[in-house]
Design a protein around this ligand. Structure first.
Ligand SMILES: Cc1cc2nc3c(=O)[nH]c(=O)nc-3n(C[C@H](O)[C@H](O)[C@H](O)COP(=O)(O)OP(=O)(O)OC[C@H]3O[C@@H](n4cnc5c(N)ncnc54)[C@H](O)[C@@H]3O)c2cc1C
Length: 368
């Protein structure tokens, strides 16, 4: 659980912004702000699903969806029928392609990629410069111009430090495997804060991921509402608000809540329509905020960057502030991003729908 997310100047590590995460998050939003490794989150979700009796089958590639029959075909040739298909098949979603046909929204490149690596904290503690980074639990964010930034935080019971280094990238992501990313990333961040460059010299292996998003489509479900998209399949966004997976989790909560209102199978399409009605504006809002924050993070040295840094001076020095370009601490952004309750939004939409239904029933009654 980090205390703060500290923005640092790229060349010397000076703190220029401070989003206070814990214990403020619990005080303001009722839950701590955690950082976790993707694999650990998967394990938590897997354990809960197993506890609830969900049958999980691995290694089953879906090759084709049949929207009319509400079924799909696996690579093994097996045909699976369902009342409702919930597709969470990521940014390259086959389900989305099937649903939107020629109107499909393809993944968009932004000329960016991220190197991902971990470093042993034991190793970091041996060096004065890097030891300082882990003496208290913070997320460190070095912001530099020209589409570069680096983010680092500890996880796995403070045994490892996770590093994500955003940088400009050319070429096709499929060709990146097997390249010597470690040497390249050290070169890309040459001349940065000595604490960061020392850290980068400790990296033994790194992977390189493309940074892409999609334009959020105006529908997440098939005409009969028997196939619905959730997660990145529906709304892959740039990772600059650290909220993509959070939106996938919100989708799941909203969908479960909406389906609770479907008292019989015939009401499932209505539940899906309400899910869509609630989720599309919400994810578009976060999608836009993520794009905007990428712009702020990557401002090159110059007057606009100086104005950004000036606007964060109050939060950096612990004074009261009413707005900030740092969207992880801007009170307006926080007030809609982290206070949102997906299940409540769904309940309100169902209440409106039922009220409308009652009004229509009354109008018909009066006419008669
Ligand atoms: C660099 C980076 C940093 C990020 N940081 C954060 C963060 O800090 N916080 C946050 O909330 N989000 C973050 N995200 C976003 C997050 O990773 C995604 O939003 C999240 O993984 C989406 O989950 P998903 O389950 O919808 O899709 P995915 O994680 O892409 O999973 C899709 C799954 O579907 C499977 N699949 C695909 N096609 C088929 C098929 N035909 N048949 C069967 N299976 C199939 C895939 O193998 C995969 O397992 C980050 C993303 C990036 C790139």
């Amino acid at each position: 659980m980090p205390d703060s997310l500290l923005w640092r100047r790229w060349e010397n590590g000076r703190i220029i912004g401070n989003a206070r995460l814990n214990p403020q998050s619990e005080e303001l939003f009722g839950t701590p702000y955690y950082v976790t490794h993707r694999a650990h989150l998967h394990e938590i979700l897997h354990q809960k699903a197993a506890e609830l009796g969900v049958v999980i089958r691995l290694g089953c590639k879906v090759e084709k969806y049949d929207l009319d029959a509400t079924s799909f075909v696996l690579a093994s040739g097996e045909v699976v029928h369902a009342d409702l298909i919930v597709a969470a098949d990521g940014i390259k979603s086959l389900a989305r392609k099937t649903l939107l046909g020629s109107g499909n929204t393809e993944p968009r490149n932004h000329g960016l990629a991220v190197y991902r690596a971990t470093v042993s904290i034991e190793e970091m503690l041996k060096h004065e410069r890097t030891a300082l980074l882990v003496e208290s639990p913070n997320v460190h964010l070095w912001v530099g111009g020209n589409n570069h930034h680096a983010i680092a935080y500890s996880f796995a019971n403070d045994k490892l430090l996770n590093l994500a280094l955003t940088h400009p990238a050319e070429g096709v992501p499929n060709d990146w495997d097997g390249c010597d990313h470690v040497r390249q990333l050290q070169k890309d961040f040459e001349g940065w804060d000595p604490a960061l460059t020392t850290l980068l010299r400790m990296i033994k292996t790194a992977v390189k991921w493309p940074i892409r998003d999609i334009a959020v489509p105006d529908k997440f479900s098939s005409t009969c509402q028997t196939l619905v998209l959730i997660g990145d399949a529906a709304h892959a966004m740039l990772p600059f608000m650290a909220s993509g997976a959070a939106m996938a989790v919100e989708d799941a909560a909203a969908l479960a809540e909406s389906l609770r209102f479907a008292r019989h199978k015939d009401m499932v399409p209505k539940a899906i329509a309400i899910f869509e009605q609630v989720r599309i504006p919400r994810v578009k809002h976060v999608h836009e905020a993520s794009f905007r924050h990428g712009y702020t993070l990557h401002l090159a040295d110059g007057p606009e960057q100086r104005r950004r840094d000036q606007a964060m001076e109050k939060e950096a020095s612990g004074q009261h502030f009413v707005s900030s370009p740092n969207q992880w601490s801007d009170p307006t952004v926080l007030s809609w991003l982290y206070t949102y309750k997906p299940a409540v939004a769904v309940r309100m939409a169902w209440a409106d729908h039922n009220q409308e239904g009652e009004k229509t029933a009354k109008r018909i009654h009066v006419k008669m």
